[in-house]
Design a protein around this ligand. Structure first.
Ligand code: FEO
Length: 623
């Protein structure tokens, strides 16, 4: 029985799911199955976009026959010749003798290679920019070589503004009754599989994927129809923004992926202790045993995280086999822009660490993998970690921690953006309040100033806050998942901003000597003076957003303390904050308009961040 889905009035999904496949391409496990998408356009002419894998041929043919009804198939558009999308080509040629194959010259060549037939007389050859008018619809052909094979092209239907994107924007995972990404919780349930698909299938070809994104940027796209996974008709940026990161090898998240190969558990033990030391510093960590976790998952994680640690025992005087295979895989997938630390182990001659570094360095030197920064010292174990080496683990954790700070100031750490189109002053027109954000970890109380607190829903009653990662309070909330927001009023003295905004809680106890505070039911301090309300909340989700983390939180308590008006950012600047004065004798330089910090020098580095209040160059002015 057929199982088809309407994409639009004129377009029908006629693909099929496979949940029995053990290994996609013979190497990637697909525990959640995979879909092979094929789309039928029914216009004055009928056009089928690609076919499916032979494993689901029967289901596909039933679907196609149903969707065609009494009509015949006029065109088969072959966008990609990999057999998971072209297996039914011969069958269709014989079923529909007048059907033309729309393809480019390279595809034609591959049809000959795979099927040993010459279909030249039935080919409708297209090249970049060619258009096929099928009645109401205009199909534009766009070449996308190496996304993921050299012959690949994509098609843009300018009538309905649909991009048939071939392998791009695809995902592992069967569709399970849905067709559109907005019908499922994609971020939660499918993004990992989309990343694993991209990293392993297309990951090596970042430049080519970027070129396709550039071409797509010039098109008005309402819908993306890939060959695997869900169709995108809403919030296309959710997947396009990921592709921008993945194709440029830009880490999605700040954090450390630790991959270890351990025969008797001693290398693993050192890796675990390092992970604890990193977590103690508020750094996110994930760990994989490379002998157990499929390499495709670890490759995907390497595309996600900013820092990678490889810990391997020495085996046959070399790197442990599963680790060596993983590293080859990562290098083959062109991994770059990462900070890497290495742990080695060996009972009589530990060599694995040096060899890991050499492998990664030699690729780097050949220009295959670029911008790899090594945490200098390899931690070397003799059979097992000794208590005398705990300090070395701690030094490695500290070096990794320090590298995050450097990264934050590095332009390379941010995804490329078209800054020429952005006047950050436009953002100042948004009305921001000012708040003391407070948290508690163990016996430590702390607070900082933030300017973004937004109610995002009523049921559940939920707010979001954005907190600079450099703030100590940020790390405390990552750990404790709870916070208070004290809403500051127009009568707040500047001293409150100095106390909570211009020092780090790492070095000072901001509540010492401050008496206008109480604890709410969650045990966290809040301000009782110069505050008109306090909100307590419990974090339900965190979203990494470059310099800041967005915490989404359910409100657990809220009380009004006064009827004073809330201060806004603008009010603070105009009425509360004294105009920063350059200290007497200050040389040529720039002054932070927020806190008065002075940077001495002729030019202010573009990526400079005020060490006191963490504001960027846009808040500095020449002295
Ligand atoms: Fe699903 Fe590159 O093919």
């Amino acid at each position: 029985m057929h199982c088809i889905k309407k994409v639009t009035d004129d377009l029908t999904w006629v693909g099929a799911n496979d949940r029995r496949l053990a290994m996609f391409e013979g190497v990637y496990s697909v525990p959640y199955g995979v879909s092979y998408n094929s789309y039928l356009l029914t216009d004055e002419k009928t056009v089928l976009f690609d076919t499916v894998d032979k494993a689901v041929q029967h289901k596909f043919l039933e679907n196609l026959i149903e969707a065609l009804g009494s009509r015949t198939l006029d065109y088969l558009a072959v966008q990609h010749m990999e057999p998971d999308h072209s297996s039914v080509l011969l069958e269709l040629l014989s079923r529909y003798p007048n059907m033309k194959i729309v393809c480019n010259a390279k595809i034609l060549e591959l049809i000959r290679q795979f099927f040993n037939i010459d279909i030249s007389s039935r080919a409708h050859l297209v090249k970049e920019g060619d258009v096929l008018i099928t009645g109401k619809h205009k199909l534009h052909f766009v070449m996308a070589p190496m996304v993921h094979w050299p012959e690949v092209m994509v098609t843009y239907d300018s009538t309905d503004k649909i991009l048939f994107s071939a392998d791009a924007f695809g995902s592992f995972g069967a569709l399970n009754g849905a067709l559109f990404a907005d019908e499922v919780d994609f971020a939660k349930d499918y993004m990992d599989e989309a990343r694993r698909y991209y990293a392993n299938i297309v990951g090596k070809y970042g430049k080519q994927a970027e070129a396709l994104l550039d071409k797509a940027a010039g098109l008005e796209i309402n819908m993306i129809c890939p060959l695997h996974g869900f169709v995108w008709r809403k919030k296309l940026q959710n997947i396009i923004s990921k592709y921008k990161l993945w194709s440029t090898y830009t880490p999605e998240e700040s954090g450390v992926m630790i991959a270890y190969a351990s025969v008797y558990g001693n290398t693993e033990n050192a890796a675990e202790i390092l992970a604890c030391a990193l977590r103690d510093r508020g750094i996110k960590t994930v760990m994989f045993d490379v002998s157990v976790t499929p390499a495709s998952e670890i490759v995907a994680a390497a595309f996600r995280w900013s820092h990678l640690v490889f810990a391997s025992t020495t085996y046959n005087a070399g790197i442990f086999v599963t680790m060596e295979a993983l590293l080859s895989d990562l290098i083959a997938h062109n991994i770059q822009n990462r900070t890497i630390a290495i742990i080695e182990n060996g009972s009589w001659a530990a060599t694995s660490g040096g060899l890991i570094r050499k492998m990664l360095e030699s690729e780097s030197a050949q220009g295959k993998s670029k911008n790899i920064t090594f945490i200098d010292k390899i931690l070397s174990l003799k059979s097992a970690l000794k208590s005398s080496q705990l300090e070395e683990i701690d030094s490695m954790a500290e070096a990794i921690y320090a590298s995050f700070a450097k990264m934050q100031n590095s332009p390379a750490a941010s995804p490329p953006a078209s800054t020429s189109l952005i006047d950050t002053k436009a953002l100042y027109k948004l009305s921001y309040g000012l708040f003391v954000l407070s948290a508690k970890n163990g016996n430590k109380d702390n607070g900082c100033i933030i300017n973004t607190v937004t109610q995002i829903s009523e049921k559940p009653l939920r707010i979001s806050i954005a907190v600079n990662k450099a703030n100590f309070t940020h790390d405390m909330i990552l750990n404790s998942k709870e916070f208070n927001v004290s809403i500051l009023t127009e009568n707040t003295p500047f001293g409150i901003f100095e106390r909570f905004g211009f020092h780090s809680g790492k070095d000072t106890d901001k509540f010492t000597g401050y008496n206008d505070s109480k604890r709410s039911a969650n045990g966290i301090l809040y301000l009782t003076a110069h505050v008109n309300a306090v909100i307590s909340a419990k974090v339900t989700e965190t979203i990494d957003s470059g310099s800041h983390t967005l915490f989404i939180a359910d409100i657990t308590e809220a009380q009004v303390l006064s009827n004073e008006p809330s201060t806004t950012y603008q009010y603070y600047f105009e009425n509360i904050k004294p105009k920063p004065q350059a200290p007497k004798g200050a040389k040529k330089g720039f002054i932070c308009k927020i806190c008065g910090y002075v940077y001495e020098g002729d030019t202010l580095p573009k990526d400079f961040i005020c060490p006191l209040c963490k504001h960027g160059v846009e808040d500095f002015e020449p002295i």
